[in-house]
Design a protein around this ligand. Sequence first.
Ligand code: ADP
Ligand code: PMV
Ligand code: MG
Length: 328
Amino acid sequence: MALSSAPGKVYLFGEHAVVYGEPAVPCAIEQRARVGVERRDDEKIRVEAEDLSLDGFTVEYGGRTEDEPDIDVSESLLAAATGYVDEAISQVRSVTGEEDVGFDVTIESDIPLGAGLGSSAAVAVAAIDAGTRELGTTLEAEEIADRAFRTEYEVQDGQASRADTFCSATGGAVRVEGDDCRTIDAPDLPIVIGFDGGAGDTGKLVSAVRDLRAEYEFASNTVDSIGNIVRNGEQALENGDVEELGRLMNFNHGLLSALGVSSRSLDAMVWAARDADAYGAKLTGSGGGGCIVALDPTEATETALKFTPGCEDAFRAELADEGVCRLE
Ligand SMILES: Nc1ncnc2c1ncn2[C@@H]1O[C@H](COP(=O)(O)OP(=O)(O)O)[C@@H](O)[C@H]1O
Ligand SMILES: C[C@@](O)(CCOP(=O)(O)O)CC(=O)O
Ligand SMILES: [Mg+2]
């Protein structure tokens, strides 16, 4: 068996706009997904995913007979649950040329699903690394990132950036603009995360922004303005100016909110952080529900979030210097 882990991420700046070629700066965090992959004697795929919100499930499917997964949930829920793993396995088959190989896949994760912390990218990156290594092929981080990007691109109907998957594969803080992906220096940031216990549907939220942008010039201008915030943010990162980073994050949240991807609980957590004198706070990832990211070196934001109705969990996150890790 091969076992790999990969980190989740928060966006300091630039989600959604990055899908349209603007730059974005995500940072990997020490919340990880671990994926074990073992070759089978037949062509089937068996997935054991204890942390999936369906209360943990095991499902076996595939092979020449194209069996339907044997599980009692709706097709759409199942597709959402298994889409990223299925596509990651397709990538493993295609990169190794072993199109008929079957696998037992085991997934364990500290990253809440659909909450903006990049669980899909972490699962895809770790699955591709473990799957290819199980077949005797070791890929460079950039190639894993590329294959994991293709995974997200397929599952999200052709609407995905390289940001999450590159960040998860390489670790650290990264800058992504179109196909240009690079690691950048970042100071040790005092990251606090608030989680409302919910989730958003990445594909649907990305589509909603795409439609808004196509309909209204000012929505398209909003996306361009997010790009400008990111460029200012990069300068603030270079200068280690955490106060300026916070101000720009606040601005970025306002624009994401204008694009319709915030929610009542995300806004409540953002305001709790601001009232607690955080340097700044914004939603992270596709939005709709899930997590906010705030910068605060004191305990105040974490404490305030814990008392905020709508916030289910608040915790400090460390930057993850390492991306994909080979555990076995
Ligand atoms: N622990 C896990 N086990 C199995 N699949 C997972 C796990 N975590 C995430 N996934 C996959 O990723 C999807 C969530 O990805 P997405 O909607 O992009 O949200 P995010 O990336 O913000 O967490 C899940 O529906 C599932 O397909
Ligand atoms: C909205 C988007 O910019 C980020 C999505 O992040 P997450 O899957 O919600 O963690 C989409 C993308 O970049 O592919
Ligand atoms: Mg995702």
